[in-house]
Design a protein around this ligand. Structure first.
Ligand SMILES: C[S@@+](CC[C@H](N)C(=O)[O-])C[C@H]1O[C@@H](n2cnc3c(N)ncnc32)[C@H](O)[C@@H]1O
Length: 370
């Protein structure tokens, strides 16, 4: 397996000013931050590994006192930058820096109703987030949104989309609930989930000139291209490296928090030289494709759903090679898309995506959704 690592996620701090009930980063954490000196070392190493995109995250990255010099340092090296933030702490200097360095800002917002926002994020900061989105808009900064679907936010799907549409937010990234640590209690029913997926699918195929919804686009591209890419995510195809504030490297945040016991000793970017790191990644990192999952072998949508998030599966069943908990709903959902594709209902949307002229290699590491 050829490991081309394109994306570097850097958790610059574990601190966060929210108290999200569903956050997979929230439990078992010390509150350490990476120093600016360590950060520069990390960026220099990632460049040597060939990384093209850097996502700054946490904890809450905007809490880091050196977030501005960090952005400037990456930009000076010519890399693309994404900032994954809860959007509550964005001041004028940061806005100027974001604009000057073409940073894409992904704001996690989850719900438009204060009570549901609090249920998901722990603290009422919704007004601040909305104000900051308007501030970013006013300064011509590209804002995308990240929404975690859980029992507090599932009823908000339509409101969140309407908010995006009326605030020049064109790209939506959806996370289905990762049942880790504090979010084991998940009262979202599978019927609710299916209805939400269909609602978002209809939005995507009807409003494609205004909005891009990650999982719908990914499924449609996989159906149309009939590609046999077996990996659900960039991490499993070894396109991602996620660096914790203490220098530990993982394939993704969920793998770090949920599967931390799967490697005996995490690889640390401060303690080992780059050759050693690459050798360990080559020999130890798991690449689980859909062909490795026994229950997926005979499934007719296996190259569309790609088996789902292995971290969720591991957390739910204690087995990396199990079937994902949402399997039936997703199979039903994908069948709807396939039927629409075959009937020609998706023709305009597909033309808009430019799939025929310009096939997307998913997992190619290009940064549209993160
Ligand atoms: C861990 S946060 C870190 C950055 C920043 N504090 C923020 O809120 O965006 C990044 C994203 O992960 C999402 N997330 C956290 N726990 C999750 C879970 N259990 N399932 C799905 N998404 C989750 C959050 O909602 C957020 O959009």
């Amino acid at each position: 397996m050829n490991r081309t690592i394109n994306n570097g996620w850097i958790q610059v701090t574990n601190r966060c000013n929210l108290n999200c009930k569903y956050c997979y980063m929230n439990a078992n954490k010390d509150l350490s931050s990476m120093t600016f000196g360590q950060f520069k070392h990390v960026i220099d190493c990632l460049i040597e590994f060939g990384i093209k995109n850097i996502m700054l995250s946490g904890g809450e990255p905007c809490l880091h006192p050196d977030i501005i010099p960090m952005i400037q340092y990456i930009a000076a090296k010519g890399l693309k930058i994404g900032l994954v933030t809860n959007g509550t702490i964005i001041n004028k200097e940061l806005v100027e820096c974001i604009f000057a360095n073409n940073v894409i800002v992904q704001i996690s917002i989850d719900a438009m109703d204060s009570d549901n926002y609090i249920l998901s994020r722990g603290i009422d900061r919704l007004n601040q987030v909305v104000e900051n989105i308007k501030l970013l808009n006013k300064n011509d900064i590209i804002v995308t949104m990240s929404i975690t679907l859980n029992n507090a936010t599932i009823s908000e799907v339509k409101k969140v989309v309407d908010f995006a549409l009326s605030n020049q937010i064109h790209t939506l990234h959806y996370g289905f609930l990762v049942p880790s640590d504090r979010c084991k209690e998940n009262n979202m029913t599978m019927d609710q989930l299916f209805d939400a997926l269909i609602c978002l699918y209809e939005v995507q195929i009807n409003k494609y000139l205004h909005i891009q919804i990650d999982f719908v686009e990914n499924y449609v591209r996989a159906i149309v291209n009939k590609n046999k890419n077996p990996y659900y995510c960039n991490s499993m195809s070894c396109n991602n490296m996620e660096i914790q504030p203490n220098g530990d490297i993982y394939q993704c945040g969920a793998l770090e928090t949920i599967m931390q016991k799967t490697l005996e000793k995490p690889i640390n970017i401060f303690n080992q030289d780059n050759v050693q790191i690459m050798n360990r990644i080559k020999s130890e990192w798991k690449t689980i494709g859909v062909y490795d999952i026994p229950d997926c072998k005979d499934c007719n949508v296996k190259y569309v759903c790609k088996g789902g998030c292995r971290a969720i599966v591991y957390q739910t069943f204690g087995n990396l090679y199990g079937t994902q908990p949402l399997c039936n709903e997703l199979q039903k959902f994908i069948s709807v898309i396939i039927k629409d594709y075959e009937s020609g209902k998706l023709n305009s949307y597909i033309k808009y995506l430019g799939i025929v002229d310009n096939p997307l290699n998913d997992n190619s590491g290009y940064m549209k959704y993160f």
